[in-house]
Design a protein around this ligand. Structure first.
Ligand SMILES: NC(=O)c1ccc[n+]([C@@H]2O[C@H](COP(=O)([O-])OP(=O)(O)OC[C@H]3O[C@@H](n4cnc5c(N)ncnc54)[C@H](O)[C@@H]3O)[C@@H](O)[C@H]2O)c1
Length: 457
């Protein structure tokens, strides 16, 4: 199939890189977004998201004359849907007493409905949004068939999961292998014809529901693997072990690859997508459900860690659990904590579902005064904390420094320099970002998540 013009619905972290890449490979691209701010920003040649290399590709796409933006779709040879699929805030499901989150598919529905008046015989429609199993055939197809055209006969319909790594999107978009699931083999072939325009990785054709499952299985596997690493961090603290050392030793086994624990799991994908499987089959997903709960509870574990650090310094004997928990009730009240990082992972500006924001919120509920520094989003709106205007401002009056995200610039801090900017001498490192010896030499006491010298027996 040949393509001259395509229309991309949703110009976020996925849609904008995809649209600009197609445009720089010679296609006429209309990028559509319902958010007028996005359209206005792109209209002035600016971009609204931080992603390395994106600005240059968008600028080239605009200069080529191939890329335009609008709040409304138009007729095109192909339509790609890359709109958000978060979970619903207003409702939950329940199975056997276990609550689970529900997919919010409203954006997919409205984007598909917006395409409907422009759908013509011979078109290709591709859903890229991560979606519950059978969304393509049971949700998108019936909407498009309201046009009177038959999917798989009059127009092609595919699901193609996006598997790029934020921070590496521009490279991975082109180099990663791409799975294309058609509702018929001919649809999958049409999808291949489209993505072949720029994809250098292997393109693998399959059916639409398999392609949906592939994406959900990938993210669910990571979620479950992080959950076990997080549980290991709790066990290590109980038994007086350094979890980071234990993991690095365990990973010397040729068939073991334990992931890193941390303050939880965030982002638009890994903390959301497993719920799509739970919702689709709550009776078959007890492990997946439990892993979600473990990861969602990890910010509470971080707050306990912060309390323990203050208790350790206040002289309450660490081996006396009762007095420790009694002291813990108020130990954070009015404590000034500099929280470093809010993003859900290193070196990105994406705060969606970030466990760091939850940690800040929980600390504030305990009475702490939290000053937050997020270099990738200094103007973020954070529930329960104040955004500092600079790193120095965050550190200035702090009693303790909490490292929540492994941003490169945080890892490269020089301990002596930081010591001169703050009176804080307590560090709580949730991501194994700082070297104990170096920081102790500069006068700090370092507490690391998953490390406890005194077993809690
Ligand atoms: N961000 C990632 O790293 C990533 C990776 C793989 C898959 N995904 C999936 O891709 C999809 C898009 O994610 P994203 O990160 O690009 O989201 P995003 O929030 O960054 O961008 C989505 C854009 O779609 C726009 N939008 C919402 N409803 C619309 C509509 N009806 N018509 C047109 N535009 C609409 C929004 O205004 C927004 O600008 C999601 O399903 C996500 O799970 C994301």
């Amino acid at each position: 199939m040949n393509f001259h013009k395509i229309c991309i619905m949703g110009l976020g972290y996925i849609g904008l890189p995809t649209a600009s890449t197609f445009a720089t490979h010679g296609l006429k691209v209309l990028g559509v977004d319902i958010n007028p701010t996005v359209i206005n920003t792109l209209g002035t040649g600016e971009i609204h998201i931080h992603e390395p290399g994106l600005r240059e590709v968008v600028a080239r796409a605009i200069r080529s004359g191939n890329f335009s933006v609008s709040t409304q779709p138009e007729e095109a040879d192909a339509f790609i849907i890359a709109v958000p699929t978060p979970f619903r805030e207003d409702a939950q499901g329940k199975y056997n007493g276990r609550k689970y989150k529900l997919a919010d598919m409203r954006a997919v529905i409205s984007a598909t409905e917006a395409i409907l008046p422009h759908l013509r015989k011979g078109n290709l429609v591709v859903l890229e949004s991560t979606s519950p199993p059978r969304t393509t055939v049971e949700l998108v197809k019936p909407i498009l068939e309201k046009s009177g055209l038959k999917a798989g006969v009059d127009f092609h319909l595919c699901y193609s999961p996006e598997r790029v790594l934020p921070g590496q999107i521009m490279r991975e978009l082109i180099e990663n292998d791409r799975v294309i699931g058609g509702i018929t083999p001919k649809s999958a072939k049409a999808g291949r014809d489209l993505y072949e325009i720029f994809v250098k990785g292997e393109i693998i054709e399959t059916d639409a529901t398999t392609a949906e499952m592939v994406k959900l299985m990938e993210n669910t596997t990571r979620d479950v693997n992080i959950a076990i690493a997080n549980e290991f961090s709790r066990l290590a603290e109980k038994f007086g072990v350094d979890v980071w050392e234990a993991i690095s030793l365990a990973n010397r086994h040729p068939r073991i690859n334990i992931l890193s624990p941390g303050p939880g799991v965030g982002g638009h994908c890994i903390s959301v997508d497993p719920w799509f499987l739970v919702e689709a089959a709550p009776d078959l997903t007890s492990l997946i459900h439990h892993a979600r709960q473990v990861n969602d509870a990890q910010p509470h574990f971080v707050v306990e860690k912060v309390k323990q650090a203050f208790i350790a310094l206040s002289g309450v004997a660490p081996e006396a659990p009762r007095s420790r928990s009694a002291a813990a009730e108020s130990i954070l009240k009015n404590k000034k904590i500099a929280a470093l990082g809010l993003a859900y992972k290193p070196d990105v500006d994406d705060l969606r579902e970030s466990p760091a924001t939850e940690v800040v919120h929980l600390l504030q509920k305990e009475g702490a005064q939290v000053s937050v520094w997020e270099p990738f989003k200094p103007d973020a709106d954070v529930k329960g904390g104040d955004m500092a205007s600079s790193l120095d401002a965050a550190l200035k009056n702090a009693d303790a420094i909490l490292l929540l995200v492994k941003h490169t610039e945080f890892i490269n801090f020089k301990p002596d320099e930081i010591a001169s900017k703050t009176k804080a001498r307590i560090l709580i490192d949730c991501v194994n970002g700082w070297d104990k010896q170096q920081w102790e030499k500069a006068g700090f006491q370092l507490f690391r998540l998953g490390v406890n010298k005194s077993p809690i027996l």
